[in-house]
Unconditional design. Structure first.
Ligand code: RB5
Length: 154
């Protein structure tokens, strides 16, 4: 499984903590930045990570900003992306099982590193329930909205 990870200046320290977990567990990931505390615009990072997935270069993504809100909104504008803003383990599992979320967003000013790593672990260890037709049909409806308003389906 290939991952992509990115954060703005508000999330760069939490990105480092998550990368320690990814390294310790042998994950292959691409880091789209940022790499310092110098201010950057979260839409640029969310877009870069989301486009990496949409291009088929990674399977799942993790994006972080201060609240997780701006970067998740930005990522979700890229066709084919289903990015879930997470702060509890139950939702981290359900969004993979039910929504086939391919990205997760975290708020570095909202949650601590311990919970953040647990959320990442839950997200990466849970699969979409692809044999349960109701979940497949609902995700297809999301794709239908995208097809209507974005002009393409991915
Ligand atoms: C940056 O100050 C902050 O706006 C950003 O990290 C994020 O919280 C936006 O949603």
């Amino acid at each position: 499984m290939k991952l992509v990870i990115g954060a703005d200046h508000g999330g760069v320290d939490l990105k480092t903590e998550i990368e320690k977990y990814l390294d310790a567990n042998g994950y292959d990931y691409h880091d789209v930045g940022t790499f310092s505390h110098e201010a950057v615009d979260y839409p640029d990072i969310g877009r870069a990570a989301a486009e990496y997935i949409a291009a088929g270069k990674a399977d799942l993504g993790i994006v972080i900003c201060g609240t997780g809100i701006g970067i998740s909104i930005s990522a979700n504008k890229v066709p084919g992306i289903r990015c879930a803003l997470l702060s509890d383990v139950f939702s981290a599992k359900r969004t993979r099982e039910h929504n086939n979320a391919n990205m997760m967003a975290l708020g570095a000013r909202v949650i601590g590193p311990g919970l953040a790593v647990e959320l990442v672990d839950a997200f990466l260890h849970t699969d979409f329930l692809k044999d349960e037709s109701r979940h497949v049909a609902r995700v297809e409806k999301i794709c239908g909205i995208e097809k209507k308003y974005c002009g393409e389906e991915k």
